[in-house]
Design a protein around this ligand. Structure first.
Ligand code: HEC
Ligand code: HEC
Ligand code: HEC
Ligand code: HEC
Ligand code: HEC
Ligand code: HEC
Ligand code: HEC
Ligand code: HEC
Ligand code: HEC
Length: 414
């Protein structure tokens, strides 16, 4: 398939101004229909051979797009001056690149057949990046090719892509870890280093769990802006649905709406996101609440309950291990343990409502499961002990027989 070549310079300006791009325009330079970038007769690659590999690896080449579709010029010529003549774009700068890519990618009619959204430019405009580049001409802001590369452009599902979930953070960090670049704007450069160590970074990098967010999971791919204080809960509860629901029923939701609490970030950090460990809950509440207040006392009660639940789970786990070692069937106990674990996770979610009555119900359920496991283990242990007791007469008889035989032997010897 050959893509229609573009009248890049004029059509692209139209896109930026919000006019539909003229993508049906055909080029005026002579190109043989069968001539492809892979052919030795394709002039641009005679001189720009180093671009062949990086370009043919990408998706544009796969779709039949060629050098002159973006750069213009005459690919049938082997002479530089002739090849570079006509509507030759040369190397586009950052602003021209936005225009160039958007000529196709902002055209929903053209992108529909590939199932691709055509909203990248529209979203980019609303981002901090877009504001800087498009409105102020600030070249420190990224253009399309800073994140996608100019020639090896690959879909995000491809593991080699700059925008594959495992590479996105590094793509952003090229600028956001650069102190000289970011110093001028007075924003921190620790996002990647914190994210890498967080529960989310750990899920993405260590467990290839792409349900966890990388930078774009919270900031969007093209609309990057820090969320406002009142928007943060929406960013997080897109994925943490049940927690979001519990949170909205508790007292902290109204504090968030009023802007006195930064939503989830009051207790979890944005880039170094971690679970709150059981023994740190009360001190967390004490960060914002007076020592003897109702809220602080609630925090102490919550901590006590979570610490206790953890102890119960550990005890149940130990009991199962012991039963297994003694050779017992433990499939029922394992099933019961899973139920207890589910209660534990449900508890951590409901925790966000701070509804002590509901939490007490879940705690009771958890305890009934762990108590049953421990009771089964105890009855097995008792059985084992009785079994050992039963063996005492057997040992006694065996020992007597040996002693008797020994005396007999001495007698015979004598
Ligand atoms: C005969 C060799 C030759 C051919 C054929 C040729 N180029 Fe070039 N091209 C060069 C050289 C040499 C340079 C670097 C000097 C310059 O900018 O003119 C260059 C530079 C470029 C640049 C960078 C310009 C800049 O502003 O930095 C682009 C883009 C480019 N060529 C694209 C093409 C395309 C597209 C084709 C085919 C339509 C093509 N070239 C055909 C020799 C060639
Ligand atoms: C999808 C559009 C697109 C296609 C197709 C494309 N380029 Fe480019 N090219 C760009 C952009 C954008 C730049 C600007 C530099 C950047 O953003 O990194 C560029 C830069 C260049 C440059 C100058 C800078 C450099 O990297 O040396 C050369 C030379 C070049 N391209 C040659 C080619 C050749 C040869 C082909 C075909 C094999 C090709 N391009 C295909 C978009 C394209
Ligand atoms: C001539 C039209 C055209 C131009 C210009 C163009 N693209 Fe594309 N682009 C396409 C087509 C067609 C596809 C293939 C869609 C597919 O197969 O899924 C594509 C695919 C992509 C993809 C992969 C999408 C996915 O996830 O499947 C990215 C990313 C991309 N282009 C970025 C760019 C960037 C950045 C530029 C500018 C340097 C650019 N494109 C210029 C037509 C174009
Ligand atoms: C700050 C980095 C960044 C910039 C700038 C950027 N992109 Fe992207 N783009 C991404 C990431 C990351 C993805 C992967 C999306 C995902 O998996 O969520 C993506 C995905 C895409 C896709 C696949 C379809 C989609 O929307 O998910 C296309 C097409 C695309 N970008 C085109 C462009 C174009 C055109 C521009 C310039 C107007 C551009 N991008 C600018 C980071 C960027
Ligand atoms: C080419 C360099 C570059 C790349 C790549 C880049 N950024 Fe940026 N980003 C900037 C600059 C420059 C600013 C402006 C800083 C400011 O004004 O505070 C910025 C601002 C931001 C802001 C707003 C910060 C604020 O407080 O205003 C967010 C959020 C952001 N970038 C996220 C991302 C994400 C996510 C990625 C990767 C998908 C990314 N950036 C890739 C250069 C880059
Ligand atoms: C779990 C969601 C989440 C992830 C993942 C995430 N961010 Fe953020 N980010 C936020 C929130 C929320 C804020 C706003 C914090 C505030 O207002 O205090 C923010 C703020 C920012 C800012 C503004 C400056 C600052 O540090 O406060 C930049 C720049 C930024 N993020 C870039 C990134 C980059 C780069 C990555 C990937 C390495 C990333 N973010 C990953 C949620 C996230
Ligand atoms: C794109 C989906 C997504 C978004 C957005 C998201 N998370 Fe997560 N988060 C996950 C996934 C998936 C995990 C599970 C990782 C694992 O299993 O280790 C997780 C894990 C966590 C954990 C650790 C849980 C544990 O058991 O260790 C906390 C705390 C957390 N997220 C809080 C947040 C906060 C706060 C925000 C908003 C600033 C947020 N998340 C945004 C998907 C998301
Ligand atoms: C007042 C402090 C506080 C706020 C605000 C808060 N959390 Fe938590 N979060 C905690 C505590 C404490 C735990 C540990 C609970 C436990 O172990 O039972 C926790 C646990 C979690 C977990 C791990 C639960 C699991 O399933 O293992 C996630 C995910 C999480 N919070 C996300 C969020 C999100 C999303 C928000 C915003 C809607 C939020 N948190 C707001 C204190 C808070
Ligand atoms: C980042 C600060 C912050 C943290 C941490 C925090 N809270 Fe709050 N909390 C608030 C704000 C703000 C309000 C609303 C104003 C008020 O009533 O004090 C509030 C209100 C409350 C209320 C309802 C009002 C009241 O005093 O009875 C309770 C209960 C409460 N918090 C419990 C907790 C518990 C339990 C924890 C620890 C798990 C906790 N909070 C952690 C900021 C925080």
């Amino acid at each position: 398939m050959r893509m229609p070549s573009l009248v890049v310079t004029c059509a692209a300006l139209g896109v930026l101004l919000g006019m539909p791009a003229d993508v049906t325009a055909t080029n005026s330079w002579p190109v043989a229909e069968q001539q492809q970038v892979s052919d030795t007769t394709y002039g641009c690659l005679i001189c720009h051979a180093e671009k062949r590999r990086s370009f043919t690896m990408g998706i544009h080449s796969e779709r039949g797009i060629q050098c002159h579709d973006c750069h213009g010029g005459n690919p049938a010529s082997f002479e530089r001056d002739v090849a570079h003549r006509g509507r030759f774009l040369g190397s586009p700068d950052k602003l021209e690149t936005i225009q160039l890519c958007s000529t196709c990618h902002a055209d929903a009619g053209q992108m529909r057949q590939y199932g691709l959204p055509a909203d990248q430019l529209a979203e980019f405009r609303t981002s901090r990046h877009g504001q800087l580049l498009l409105e102020r001409g600030d070249d420190n802001a990224p253009t399309c090719t800073d994140c996608h590369d100019a020639h090896t452009i690959l879909p995000s599902e491809d593991a080699r892509s700059n925008v594959h979930p495992t590479h996105i953070a590094a793509t952003c960090a090229r600028c956001h870890e650069d102190e000289t670049l970011m110093g001028g704007y007075g924003i921190p450069v620790n996002q990647f280093s914190e994210y890498r160590e967080s529960a989310h970074g750990n899920a993405v990098f260590e467990q290839a769990n792409f349900a966890a967010p990388t930078c774009t999971g919270c900031h969007g791919s093209h609309a990057a802006l820090p969320p406002g204080v009142t928007e943060i809960v929406n960013v997080c509860d897109k994925c943490h649905v049940l927690i979001g629901r519990a949170f909205s029923q508790g007292p902290h939701a109204s504090a968030t709406r009023e802007g006195t609490l930064p939503g989830c970030l009051g207790c979890h950090s944005n880039h170094g996101t971690e679970r709150v460990s059981p023994d740190a809950i009360a001190s967390l509440c004490a960060n914002c609440h007076e020592a003897d207040s109702r809220a602080a006392l609630t925090g102490m009660e919550l901590q006590e309950k979570v610490v206790y639940a953890v102890q119960e789970l550990v005890a149940a786990e130990t009991a199962i291990a012991e039963m297994l070692e003694a050779g017992h069937q433990v499939s029922n106990e394992r099933f019961r343990y899973q139920t207890a674990l589910t209660s534990f996770l449900e508890r951590a979610q409901v925790h966000h409502s701070l509804d002590l009555d509901r939490l007490e119900d879940i705690s009771l359920q958890l305890r009934s499961d762990t108590e049953l496991i421990k009771a089964t283990a105890e009855s097995f242990a008792e059985e084992r002990w009785e079994h050992k007791l039963l063996l005492v007469p057997v040992w006694f008889l065996t020992l007597s027989a040996v002693v008797f035989a020994w005396f007999k032997l001495r007698e015979v010897e004598r």
